[in-house]
Design a protein around this ligand. Structure first.
Ligand code: ATP
Ligand code: MG
Length: 423
């Protein structure tokens, strides 16, 4: 029986570790520069948490959740996203009693039962930011800027920020009525999925991936024409900040995207996405927005919040187009030229590792085969241990990647080798 990874899941292999680490580190370091702190919540939660926050009519809750009854009879879901979990943790751990806003970031696997395609998996990773407890557009900008700094630290060139404002829930009600009026004219042209959306959550028609719907939506009423003056002021303030950023960072660019409504129920006011020039889902690198009502919906005190979630696979896939995978992972292979010296070679390997030199002892084979091994794994050097070497208290070293230079070092001075390997 040959087992295979489940559809929509994949393995991260050793040579990809470097790129994954780089992305994760860039995310963490950038977030920390803005005073954000790490939070980790469990991978599974009571299903109700997601039904209540993400929304029962959303694709995520309707079709994509991995839900099951556990042995105690509780209905559990693997988290499809982490904002709900972070907000649950915020309330449960009394974080509203700490100095607000809480600036939090998370990283980890999420699970959605989706139709797998490029950039869409069933287990994927998100890095995310949540700033909880400040309703100012300045923190909307802060969160958007963190995302920009991460992408620009990773040398992304062609990304575009899309922004829109959904207003508050009252604005949304009025706007939804307008949308219904508009789409009712085209109801017979809409594909089945969007007819259903028309009945249940008309706003989400704008989020449709169907070509006909996208065409029809071009002339649809715009949220910005319907939001309250307070929401509009908030939006304009954010735009001022974005203009300022664009004026001194030539690589940054944004557009107001009237069709951007985002898939989840809990957003209000600012919503945004960063897109690359790749087509389809792969092109949407991250999405976020303000979700002021959420904490109260979950039984907490009324606490405004804003955040984003970045799809790590999508970022990694883009980077892979330009960065070679890391091939060098060993600095020294010990070639044991006298089989009686295996024990001594273990000790020498130890000394090398204590000097931070990544070391493997070659497999017990002929000297020629040991050398072949060192070359095949791209080791930076071969370190020879034999009777002569031990007698003279010297090690012969051969550099394998530069012009096969050969030299000797003192057996108790590994730093000598370290310096040469790093130069
Ligand atoms: P989409 O419109 O692509 O379905 P979404 O609205 O479902 O996206 P969010 O829930 O906002 O996405 O998730 C935030 C980010 O997480 C996305 O922008 C994307 O980068 C990533 N993401 C979402 N779903 C997946 C998935 N199935 N596989 C890989 N990454 C994903
Ligand atoms: Mg989705």
């Amino acid at each position: 029986m040959n087992y295979k990874a489940q559809r929509g899941t994949f393995d991260i292999l050793p040579e990809e570790e470097g790129i994954w680490n780089k992305v994760q580190q860039t995310c963490f370091e950038t977030a920390r520069l803005f005073g954000y702190r790490y939070i980790e919540t469990p991978i599974f939660e009571e299903s109700g948490l997601f039904e209540r926050t993400v929304g029962e009519d959303t694709d995520i809750v309707e079709k994509e959740m991995y839900s099951f009854d556990d042995k105690g009879g509780d209905n559990i879901s693997l988290r499809p996203e982490n904002t709900a979990g972070v907000c649950r943790a915020f309330i449960e751990n009394g974080l509203h009693n700490t100095t607000l806003p809480s600036r939090l970031f998370y990283y980890g696997p999420m699970f959605r039962y989706e139709r797998p395609q490029s950039g869409r998996y069933r287990q994927f990773h998100q890095f995310g930011i949540e700033c909880i407890g400040d309703d100012s557009p300045d923190v909307d900008f802060e969160v958007i800027k963190i995302a920009w700094d991460i992408l620009s630290n990773l040398n992304f060139n062609n990304v575009l920020l899309n922004v829109n404002s959904l207003g508050d829930s009252k604005d949304r009600f009025i706007y939804t009525e307008e949308l219904k009026k508009y789409f009712s004219k085209y109801i017979n042209d809409l594909p089945k999925v969007d007819k259903l959306r028309f009945e249940r959550s008309p706003l989400r028609i704008l989020d449709s991936k169907e070509d006909i719907t996208i065409k029809i939506s071009e002339e649809a009423p715009k949220t910005l024409d319907f939001i309250s003056s307070e929401s509009l002021g908030h939006h304009e303030n954010l735009i001022l900040n974005l203009e300022e950023l664009r004026s001194h960072d030539k690589k940054f660019n944004y557009k107001i995207n009237n069709r951007l409504v985002r898939g989840l129920d809990y957003y209000n006011k600012t919503v945004f996405e960063y897109t690359s020039d790749s087509l389809g889902p792969q092109g949407v690198l991250l999405g976020g927005g303000r979700y002021d009502p959420l904490i109260k919906i979950l039984g907490g005190q009324d606490t405004p919040a804003v955040g984003f979630a970045m799809g790590i696979e999508r970022v990694v896939n883009e980077l892979k187009k330009n960065i070679d995978v890391e091939k060098n992972y060993v600095d020294a292979v010990i070639i044991v030229t006298d089989e009686n010296l295996r024990i001594e070679s273990v000790q020498i390997a130890n000394n090398l590792r204590n000097s931070n030199i990544r070391t493997i002892i070659a497999p017990k084979k002929s000297i020629k085969a040991q050398m072949r091994f060192a070359n095949n794994i791209n080791s930076k050097s071969a370190v020879f241990i034999g009777k002569n070497e031990l007698e003279n208290q010297k090690l012969s070293v051969k550099l394998l990647q530069t012009k096969s230079e050969q030299f000797e070092i003192d057996i108790d001075d590994m730093n000598q080798l370290k310096k040469i390997l790093n130069s």
